[in-house]
Design a protein around this ligand. Structure first.
Ligand SMILES: [Fe+2]
Length: 204
């Protein structure tokens, strides 16, 4: 076979063991506090309020740990080492039997998932290349790890690991056949984008 070039690759960055077991535990306690809101689609998935950055030492440590990885990931998206800020963060609690619909994150460029429990393999995060369209499609079934697969599943995830992905990428969680699954999710933006000197700035 000749040389194969993967055109227009999509970057997804995994950082193993980003935070310590102690910090994972501290976040877990906050996530499991009773003031969560059920997801609009199912009671088996619930979300905490947005984390208030000023009131959480855990969050301060997390954002410090995430910062260099966000800059490196952002360079893959925009070819420049930009100043990145997490604009919102919250936690998700997925009970046994629960799932998360495929979705994207609006008003954001890079999103992250920090795993606070080691997910059951049935509930690994799934990414899809497209969300469907308005035309008929002919296709041949291909395995998930095939070059032409339109689906990608993150495997080998442990509590404390971080995943960064472009916010436009469709993702979801299949029905959880294992124990309760807890994650912290966040959205991040760079301070600005520059197109031939025309700068679009974000933030306050
Ligand atoms: Fe999400």
């Amino acid at each position: 076979m000749g040389k194969v070039i993967g055109l227009f690759p999509t970057p997804v960055m995994k950082v193993d063991g980003l935070i310590s077991t102690d910090l994972v535990q501290a976040f877990l306690e906050k996530a499991l506090a009773p003031d969560r809101q059920s997801n609009s689609a199912t009671d088996l998935l619930s979300h905490t309020q947005m984390i208030d950055p000023g009131e959480s030492w855990e969050y301060a440590r997390l954002s410090e740990a995430v910062a260099p990885h966000l800059v490196a990931f952002g360079e893959l998206l925009f070819a420049e080492r930009l100043n990145w800020a997490i604009k919102e963060a919250w936690m998700n609690v997925l009970e046994t039997g629960g799932s998360q619909f495929m979705h994207t994150h609006a008003n954001s460029f890079a999103s992250g998932i920090l795993y606070l429990t080691t997910p059951d393999p049935s509930a690994n995060t799934v990414f899809r290349k497209t969300g469907g369209g308005g035309e008929f499609i002919f296709k041949n079934d291909v395995p998930l790890d095939h070059y032409s697969s339109d689906t990608w599943v993150l495997t080998d995830v442990q509590a404390g690991d971080l995943l960064l992905y472009p916010s436009y990428l469709m993702h979801g969680v299949p029905p959880n056949e294992g124990e309760r699954r807890v994650t912290l999710a966040f959205n991040a933006i760079p301070h600005q984008l520059d197109s031939l000197g025309y700068k679009i700035r974000f933030g306050l």
